[in-house]
Ligand binder design. Structure first.
Ligand code: MN
Length: 133
Protein backbone atom coordinates (compact mmCIF):
# COMPACT_ATOMS: atom_id res chain seq x y z
CA UNK A 1 0.00 0.00 0.00
CA UNK A 2 2.30 2.76 -1.23
CA UNK A 3 2.12 6.26 0.14
CA UNK A 4 2.65 8.59 -2.80
CA UNK A 5 4.54 11.78 -2.11
CA UNK A 6 2.68 14.86 -3.23
CA UNK A 7 3.39 15.85 -6.81
CA UNK A 8 3.90 19.48 -7.82
CA UNK A 9 0.83 21.62 -8.45
CA UNK A 10 0.17 22.29 -12.14
CA UNK A 11 -1.09 25.55 -13.56
CA UNK A 12 -4.26 25.19 -15.63
CA UNK A 13 -3.34 25.91 -19.27
CA UNK A 14 -4.63 29.17 -20.78
CA UNK A 15 -6.18 27.23 -23.70
CA UNK A 16 -8.61 25.58 -21.27
CA UNK A 17 -9.07 28.17 -18.50
CA UNK A 18 -9.68 31.88 -18.00
CA UNK A 19 -7.82 33.27 -15.00
CA UNK A 20 -5.58 31.41 -12.59
CA UNK A 21 -6.46 27.79 -11.90
CA UNK A 22 -4.29 25.19 -10.16
CA UNK A 23 -4.54 21.41 -10.47
CA UNK A 24 -3.38 18.68 -8.11
CA UNK A 25 -3.75 15.08 -9.23
CA UNK A 26 -4.95 12.71 -6.51
CA UNK A 27 -5.76 9.42 -8.21
CA UNK A 28 -5.24 7.92 -11.63
CA UNK A 29 -6.51 4.35 -11.71
CA UNK A 30 -4.65 1.54 -13.40
CA UNK A 31 -6.75 -0.66 -15.67
CA UNK A 32 -9.32 -2.01 -15.16
CA UNK A 33 -9.89 1.09 -13.02
CA UNK A 34 -10.29 4.22 -15.11
CA UNK A 35 -10.91 6.71 -12.32
CA UNK A 36 -9.25 10.14 -12.28
CA UNK A 37 -9.51 12.40 -9.26
CA UNK A 38 -7.99 15.82 -8.89
CA UNK A 39 -8.31 18.93 -6.77
CA UNK A 40 -8.94 22.06 -8.81
CA UNK A 41 -8.46 25.49 -7.23
CA UNK A 42 -9.92 28.56 -8.97
CA UNK A 43 -8.97 32.12 -8.04
CA UNK A 44 -11.83 34.67 -8.03
CA UNK A 45 -13.46 34.94 -11.50
CA UNK A 46 -11.36 32.09 -12.89
CA UNK A 47 -13.28 29.42 -14.79
CA UNK A 48 -12.98 26.60 -17.28
CA UNK A 49 -13.70 27.05 -20.96
CA UNK A 50 -16.83 25.38 -22.29
CA UNK A 51 -16.20 21.63 -22.42
CA UNK A 52 -17.74 18.18 -22.13
CA UNK A 53 -16.58 14.90 -20.59
CA UNK A 54 -16.88 11.66 -22.55
CA UNK A 55 -17.82 9.63 -19.46
CA UNK A 56 -19.32 12.45 -17.37
CA UNK A 57 -17.86 14.26 -14.37
CA UNK A 58 -18.70 14.55 -10.69
CA UNK A 59 -17.65 17.73 -8.90
CA UNK A 60 -17.50 18.00 -5.10
CA UNK A 61 -17.11 21.56 -3.83
CA UNK A 62 -14.82 21.76 -0.81
CA UNK A 63 -14.25 25.49 -0.40
CA UNK A 64 -15.49 28.92 -1.37
CA UNK A 65 -18.24 29.95 -3.77
CA UNK A 66 -18.46 28.84 -7.36
CA UNK A 67 -20.58 28.96 -10.47
CA UNK A 68 -21.60 26.27 -12.93
CA UNK A 69 -23.61 26.39 -16.14
CA UNK A 70 -24.79 23.80 -18.62
CA UNK A 71 -25.29 24.77 -22.25
CA UNK A 72 -28.76 26.26 -22.60
CA UNK A 73 -29.28 26.58 -18.82
CA UNK A 74 -28.82 29.32 -16.27
CA UNK A 75 -25.77 29.99 -14.11
CA UNK A 76 -26.06 28.26 -10.71
CA UNK A 77 -24.14 29.05 -7.54
CA UNK A 78 -22.30 26.12 -5.94
CA UNK A 79 -21.07 25.88 -2.36
CA UNK A 80 -19.02 23.55 -0.15
CA UNK A 81 -20.71 20.18 0.17
CA UNK A 82 -22.54 20.46 -3.14
CA UNK A 83 -22.14 17.56 -5.55
CA UNK A 84 -22.64 18.40 -9.22
CA UNK A 85 -22.86 15.74 -11.92
CA UNK A 86 -22.23 16.63 -15.55
CA UNK A 87 -23.62 13.81 -17.71
CA UNK A 88 -21.53 12.39 -20.54
CA UNK A 89 -21.15 14.80 -23.47
CA UNK A 90 -23.09 17.63 -21.77
CA UNK A 91 -21.42 20.98 -22.51
CA UNK A 92 -20.77 23.08 -19.42
CA UNK A 93 -18.30 25.23 -17.50
CA UNK A 94 -17.42 25.64 -13.83
CA UNK A 95 -15.40 28.16 -11.89
CA UNK A 96 -15.11 30.54 -8.98
CA UNK A 97 -17.59 33.30 -8.19
CA UNK A 98 -16.34 36.82 -8.96
CA UNK A 99 -15.26 37.63 -5.38
CA UNK A 100 -14.42 34.20 -4.00
CA UNK A 101 -11.94 31.42 -4.41
CA UNK A 102 -13.49 28.02 -5.15
CA UNK A 103 -12.02 24.55 -4.80
CA UNK A 104 -13.62 21.36 -6.02
CA UNK A 105 -12.69 17.76 -6.44
CA UNK A 106 -13.11 16.49 -10.00
CA UNK A 107 -13.93 12.81 -10.48
CA UNK A 108 -13.87 11.52 -14.04
CA UNK A 109 -13.04 8.34 -15.90
CA UNK A 110 -10.88 7.56 -18.88
CA UNK A 111 -12.67 6.35 -22.00
CA UNK A 112 -12.57 2.56 -22.47
CA UNK A 113 -9.94 1.69 -25.05
CA UNK A 114 -9.01 5.38 -25.44
CA UNK A 115 -11.58 5.51 -28.25
CA UNK A 116 -11.98 9.26 -27.90
CA UNK A 117 -10.73 12.13 -25.75
CA UNK A 118 -11.80 12.27 -22.09
CA UNK A 119 -12.57 15.97 -22.48
CA UNK A 120 -13.61 17.97 -25.53
CA UNK A 121 -12.73 21.67 -25.14
CA UNK A 122 -14.56 24.55 -26.81
CA UNK A 123 -14.67 28.32 -26.59
CA UNK A 124 -13.63 30.29 -23.54
CA UNK A 125 -16.44 31.61 -21.33
CA UNK A 126 -16.59 35.30 -22.18
CA UNK A 127 -16.92 37.99 -19.50
CA UNK A 128 -20.41 38.66 -20.88
CA UNK A 129 -21.43 35.02 -20.42
CA UNK A 130 -19.75 34.84 -16.99
CA UNK A 131 -21.57 37.92 -15.70
CA UNK A 132 -24.94 36.99 -17.25
CA UNK A 133 -26.69 35.91 -14.04
MN1 MN B 1 -16.30 19.78 -16.38
Amino acid sequence: MPIQPKQPTAKGPAEWFTGDVYLDGIARGEEPSRVRVSTVRFTPSARTAWHSHAVGQTLYVTEGRGLVQSRGGGIEEIRPGDVIYAPADEWHWHGAAPDHFMTHLSITEAVPGDERPEVVWGEHVTDEEYHAR
